[in-house]
Design a protein around this ligand. Structure first.
Ligand SMILES: *[C@@H]1O[C@H](CO)[C@@H](O)[C@H](O)[C@H]1NC(C)=O
Ligand SMILES: *[C@@H]1O[C@H](CO)[C@@H](O)[C@H](O)[C@H]1NC(C)=O
Ligand SMILES: *[C@@H]1O[C@H](CO)[C@@H](O)[C@H](O)[C@H]1NC(C)=O
Ligand SMILES: *[C@@H]1O[C@H](CO)[C@@H](O)[C@H](O)[C@H]1NC(C)=O
Ligand SMILES: *[C@@H]1O[C@H](CO)[C@@H](O)[C@H](O)[C@H]1NC(C)=O
Length: 364
């Protein structure tokens, strides 16, 4: 949710880098939805979401299917307390039912990642069971915020959730969130009385440079994605729960420039056994990276390919939090630039849509 000024600059940047090109068919794995009741809940905590015109956008940009998820801040919209938990449980159920009905209405157009009322682990287990055994059609995966009020993704408290998802072979789409320090995370929990602290105050407590920097997504989000990636590996989640698939957004965020540090310094953690080869093996088995940007593809994709091959790269827009006009510019920049990165049509098709189709196991 960067500021309008920033967005105008980004649109200008994306437009400048665009030249006429053919439009490739695409599947968008990183797109969001904002049901009316969710918009209302967001407004109550101080967000101002836009309205959506998703199908038209998809049609114009040659996007055959979009996988929808709730973006940051997720469904748990107030600092943890008994009341906030109750609201999160209600909201996640409503959203998952709504998204499933959207799939009924537009079976070829939309898939979705279910939302869970984390940090409430037990309630999330209930929601997982509901979504994957009772809800028809089922979700295509679940969305995880990078942290749930300080509950980061390598935390042992999440093991029961990973066990349940692993048994179902679920794909987890990670989405970055406002960072949270452990100390502040420990102050509030799902059993607390209402704290009286607003979501905005809580966010300011956790965010370095909150008053002077641009909106949270620009820098804090990529750092969050790098942080959870290291946390997952230090906690050996990808090898302990090897049936899970992960989509890491924004081409890994700040991850690529830190990957060699993660591998090299892992020798300081006895028993971790993390080598460049084992990292590549695990990534090949369990990880995908989406391209929601904006990026210069000619530098971003080769950096990813140091760690994964083209079959693990997916396409995404981040609309409508990335405004429609910028989403369109990014799609057109992709069409213009992708031919400079790959020589073969097969690779372009793979990244644009075929890898996503394989991952979600469908033929359309
Ligand atoms: C959409 O993409 C497909 C395959 O990449 C292409 O054949 C088709 O012409 C494109 N459609 C439009 C409207 O650009
Ligand atoms: C918490 O929930 C209870 C019961 O629904 C309600 O009476 C109370 O006003 C709520 N407290 C706050 C601060 O919202
Ligand atoms: C979650 O459920 C387990 C097993 O049903 C129970 O032992 C535990 O106390 C519950 N935890 C919370 C925080 O309610
Ligand atoms: C999960 O994947 C494993 C291995 O591919 C398979 O044996 C198992 O039946 C799958 N489980 C479900 C619930 O799809
Ligand atoms: C460490 O990982 C390698 C594969 O990269 C594997 O062959 C080896 O058995 C592992 N060692 C331990 C102690 O897990």
């Amino acid at each position: 949710m960067p500021s309008h000024l920033t967005m105008r600059r980004l649109v200008a940047f994306a437009l400048m880098s665009m030249v006429a090109a053919t439009s490739h068919r695409k599947i968008d794995v990183h797109s969001h939805f904002l049901p009316d009741f969710y918009q209302q809940a967001l407004r109550e905590v101080g967000y101002t979401p836009e309205d959506t015109t998703h199908l038209q956008f998809m049609d114009k940009q040659n996007i055959s299917k979009s996988y929808l998820s709730i973006s940051s801040p997720g469904v748990y919209l107030n600092v943890p307390s008994v009341n906030a938990t109750k609201q999160a449980i209600d909201l996640s159920r409503r959203i998952n039912v709504y998204a499933s009905q959207l799939k009924v209405k537009y079976p070829n157009k939309f898939g979705f990642f279910a939302s869970l009322p984390l940090p409430d682990v037990n309630a999330s287990l209930v929601e997982i069971e509901y979504c994957f055994t009772k809800l028809h059609p089922k979700p295509d995966g679940v969305v995880f915020m990078s942290n749930f009020y300080g509950l980061y993704l390598g935390d042992p408290a999440l093991d029961p959730v990973y066990e349940a998802l692993n048994a179902l072979n679920v794909t987890i789409f990670e989405h970055p969130n406002t960072p949270c320090s452990e100390a502040i995370g420990a102050m509030y929990n799902i059993h607390s009385e209402d704290s009286g602290i607003t979501f905005k105050q809580w966010r300011a407590l956790n965010r370095p440079l909150d008053t002077r920097q641009f909106a949270i997504p620009i820098l804090d989000f990529p750092f969050e994605t790098a942080r959870i990636f290291q946390d997952l590996f230090i906690s050996r989640i990808p090898t302990r729960f090897s049936h899970l698939k992960w989509i890491i957004p924004h081409a890994g965020g700040a991850l690529l420039s830190t990957m060699d540090r993660i591998v090299t310094y892992s020798t300081c953690y006895p028993g971790l056994n993390l080598t460049e080869d084992s990292m590549k093996e695990t990534l090949a088995r369990s990880f995908y990276f989406d391209l929601a940007g904006p990026w210069k593809l000619a530098s971003e994709i080769p950096s990813l390919q140091r760690w994964v091959d083209y079959t693990k790269i997916l396409w995404g827009t981040d609309v409508p939090w990335t405004p429609w006009a910028l989403g369109a510019a990014v799609a057109q920049a992709f069409d213009a630039q992708i031919g400079d990165v790959f020589d073969h049509e097969e690779e372009i098709d793979a990244v644009s849509w075929h890898n996503a189709e394989q991952l979600f196991g469908e033929s359309c």
